[in-house]
Design a protein around this ligand. Structure first.
Ligand SMILES: Cc1ncc(COP(=O)(O)O)c(C=O)c1O
Ligand SMILES: N[C@@H](CCOP(=O)(O)O)C(=O)O
Length: 430
């Protein structure tokens, strides 16, 4: 599959080049040249397929022929070595739990898939690759875990100082080896801007091979479309009108869901559920896209003021506002509303949700008010113990720590504090 730059000022790239470069030379995000829907029979028979079979069929067209089928099967199988259960809360609301991987957030799938693709492309290459990643909390940990010890790959993670949870910080600062953490005096958007600037800096790119492991990178972004298919497999016999509420920040996950829909998955509607960082909620009301500096919230991984993937969403809908509005609703919630939703789920359904999932739950509830026949699935994007202080404070109950979390507790944090792009550049050139 070839990919074009959404800035339309760069030559098209193969899958391999798009993965290795991360972002196009004109700073545009890559987008596949074609999206060919899967046959209807695939969806009719989906309950007879394993997760690996579903994922292989769904992703094949985007990576062929550069990754041969046999290699792709292994990559997909290794990537998906954990569960993706749907938990039913009531007649109209379910949640798809995406936190059963090694770092307990939905980023594990994309990070593991991309690490394996890069490993395959790099196996006969002696040039080292530096993976730059900006994180508001979860991407950093998932990428650190996914790339730990991968030969020829150095990972540099930028995170906003004081704006990630304690456990998220431990996950991205304690692994050592080929993983380095930079603590940035600023917001997630500042981190993301520094990463994008580095890709355009010829002095840097002439000396080192840089790539991105944010959802900018197609190998990190596209595998997220699997989730929507896994939920459909578990729900489609019982529910015909399935809607997804996606807690959104950089909008990669919901945009991957829209790609699943383009492949033919019968999804009726999407709800983009936001915290106070509500640039897309406002856009759907005013038709004005006005990125703003991000605001700190308890659902910190969604504290994004300028979502990278909005441009891909525009592309999927051919920049047609009306057709986007037909398929997408968006709501925004305060921290107080989020906490109340966490308590409500615990009290009514004995379900402990994290703050991001709680924002998704609120999106379902609001959508169902006008669409009572729908079945709304909110994505539970991280395990509640990643946000231990908030969760225990809201539900007034101690939470047992899963072994993935225990594994990083008590380890020494190693990070370098930076404030400017020049400090990043000096660090990379050292
Ligand atoms: C727990 C959690 N929920 C939701 C999001 C938002 O996802 P996206 O950036 O794909 O919109 C993130 C970060 O990406 C996250 O870590
Ligand atoms: N919420 C993310 C922010 C980056 O999103 P990405 O999908 O573009 O990597 C995080 O947790 O770091």
């Amino acid at each position: 599959m070839n990919y074009y730059s959404l800035n339309k000022q760069a030559p098209n790239s193969s899958f391999k080049d798009a993965v290795v470069k991360g972002i196009a030379p004109d700073k545009g995000l890559y987008f596949p040249e074609q999206i060919t829907p899967l046959p209807k029979a695939f969806f009719d028979n989906i309950d007879h397929l394993t997760h690996t079979e579903i994922a292989f069929e769904a992703i094949k067209q985007f990576v062929s022929p550069e990754i041969p089928d046999a290699v792709l099967k292994t990559i997909v199988e290794e990537t998906l070595s954990f569960e993706f259960p749907v938990v039913n809360l009531n007649e109209n609301i379910s949640t798809l739990e995406l936190f059963h991987g090694p770092t307990m957030a939905f980023k594990d799938v994309g990070a593991r898939f991309m690490a394996r693709c890069l490993g395959y492309f790099n196996k006969n290459n002696n040039r080292e690759v530096t993976v730059l990643v900006a994180t508001s909390g979860d991407t950093g940990g998932a990428v650190a875990n996914g790339f730990l010890g991968v030969k020829g790959v150095n990972v540099v993670i930028l995170y906003p100082s004081g704006k990630v949870s304690d456990i998220q910080e431990m996950q991205l600062t304690t692994l050592g080896q080929n993983i380095k953490a930079l603590e940035v005096n600023g917001t997630f958007d500042d981190c993301q801007d520094m990463v994008k600037t580095a890709f355009l800096d010829e002095e840097l790119t002439s000396q080192m091979q840089l790539t991105s492991a944010n959802s900018i990178n197609v190998a990190r972004w596209l595998p997220q479309l699997f989730y929507f298919m896994f939920a459909y497999k578990q729900l489609h016999k019982k529910h015909k009108n399935i809607v997804f509420s996606v807690p959104s920040g950089n909008f990669g996950n919901i945009c991957a869901g829209m790609m699943a829909q383009k492949l033919g998955l019968p999804i009726n509607h999407f709800v983009a559920s936001n915290n106070a960082n509500n640039v897309v909620t406002r856009y759907l009301i005013s038709q004005l896209y006005e990125p703003k500096p991000s605001i700190q919230t308890i659902s910190n991984a969604m504290d994004v003021g300028a979502p990278s993937n909005f441009i891909r969403i525009q592309e999927i809908y051919k920049n047609n506002f009306e057709s986007l509005k037909e398929n997408l609703t968006s709501y925004s919630y305060s921290d107080e509303e989020t906490k109340a939703a966490m308590l409500e789920m615990y009290t009514n359904y004995n379900y402990v949700a994290d703050p991001h999932g709680a924002v998704g739950y609120l999106g379902c509830k609001d959508y169902l008010k006008n669409n009572p026949s729908a079945h709304c699935v909110f994505l539970e994007t991280a395990h509640p113990t990643k946000f231990l202080d908030v969760v225990e404070d809201v539900i007034k109950e101690k939470q047992p720590l899963p072994e993935q979390i225990q594994a990083v507790m008590g380890k020494d944090k190693v990070s370098v504090v930076i404030s400017t792009y020049n400090e990043l550049k000096s660090f990379l050139l050292k």
